[in-house]
Design a protein around this ligand. Sequence first.
Ligand code: B12
Ligand code: SF4
Ligand code: SF4
Length: 379
Amino acid sequence: MTHAQLKDELIAYSKTIGVDKIGFASADPFLQLKDRLLIQQERGYQSGFEEPDIEKRTEPKKLVEGARTIISIALAYPSKMKNPPKSTRDERRGIFCRASWGKDYHDVLRDRLKKIELFLQEKVPDGKTISMVDTGELSDRAVAERAGIGWSGKNCAIITPEFGSYVYLGELVTTIGFEPDQPITDQCGTCNKCVEACPTGALIQGGQLDSQKCIAFLTQTKTFLPDQYRKKLGNRLYGCDTCQQVCPENKGKDFHLHPEMEPDPELAKPKLIPLLTISNREFKETFGHVSGSWRGKKPIQRNAIIALAHFKDKKALPVLTELLYKDPRPVIRGTAAWAIGEIGSTSEETILNKAKKTEKEAEVIREIEKGLNLLNNKH
Ligand code: B12
Ligand code: SF4
Ligand code: SF4
């Protein structure tokens, strides 16, 4: 069988296993990406979640000796929830970004990539392949762009003409030499909606992100959230979809092609107050299978406290007081103190003053003082 025939067979096979789009790219070094990564590093724009070795990131042959092709796959995920529960005055809710709806996408894409690997192994037994999704060395977007899956939008996302940008990406590096596909031309044109809509100005310019300012990144940190971002967080518990929601290319795009990607509305939009007292075990059992739980429960709980402050939810005051007095984690005690200041009235001053007397951590004391100042300003 020729490689052209094998390519056709693989494309046909991919449709049978639930791959929505497949593209082929050469395994040549990613030179433009290399420059870009260096600039990002110099400016401190990286998130710290990327693979740190820029050589490995940009030279596929360092990952597989004799690599000739990278096969990129994309799976479309839903953008709309069926029967989303309402966040009401009585029960305020937070939101997980769409990339955390349903079963963890790493598992879903790894399953598809494994099937493709087995398919290729059977056809070309001496071929070598490795596959990755998100946590691998390569830039999934740079690979997808080169493989003609979509263009690289000003919001940084790979935008497919068929499914918009709500697609997960993964790839296989192989020694088999397939004919590469052509990249798709940039279709953003004069549109700049995503850059204008970003709540924190994290999109420095089209296609360039300062991760340190990006809410998607900030929701995943484990430390205190810097003051200037607390109000911007809104009710986001994990991730941020704003620059994709405003994108005209996503208008009307809502695909429900994979049952395992359907969100459980109670997990995608959970009630905030119960999240504050959830045990480790319960958290793992309830949220362990969604991608947004990978940093553990602390960032989610910190964000839930900030979301309750955003809603000025007075019903949260008793549990916030408990957390301030008893939680062993300084980030949770401190954020609770600040939130009490945001939500409460002067009658809450005694709560904060009492905590100030016994609190030992300097950072928490600073948050208590912030809370007291907020209450003072309400006199
Ligand atoms: C680190 C990381 C983050 C960081 C940084 C994101 C970023 N924009 O760099 C944070 C935590 C902020 C993040 C957030 C999100 N992420 Co993320 N993230 C990654 C990760 C692990 C690495 C990305 C990376 O290396 N960035 C560095 C930049 C410099 O490179 P790049 O974006 O990969 O490549 C592009 C640029 O280099 C650009 N480029 C190169 N040279 C030049 C030159 C010029 C002039 C220009 C304009 C551009 C340009 O072209 C490349 C191709 O588009 C990838 C998985 C992976 N291994 O690749 C997922 C990934 C990018 N994330 C993904 C998703 C879904 C998200 C979120 C939407 C999740 C959410 N809803 O909250 C947000 C979107 C934020 C945004 N606007 O980008 C998907 C994207 C799918 C898609 N359709 O594009 C990926 C591919 C995971 C996956 N396998 O599906 N993420
Ligand atoms: S994910 Fe949110 S914060 Fe990050 S660039 Fe997009 S709109 Fe801005
Ligand atoms: S909002 Fe406009 S500029 Fe931004 S990615 Fe979409 S089409 Fe491109």
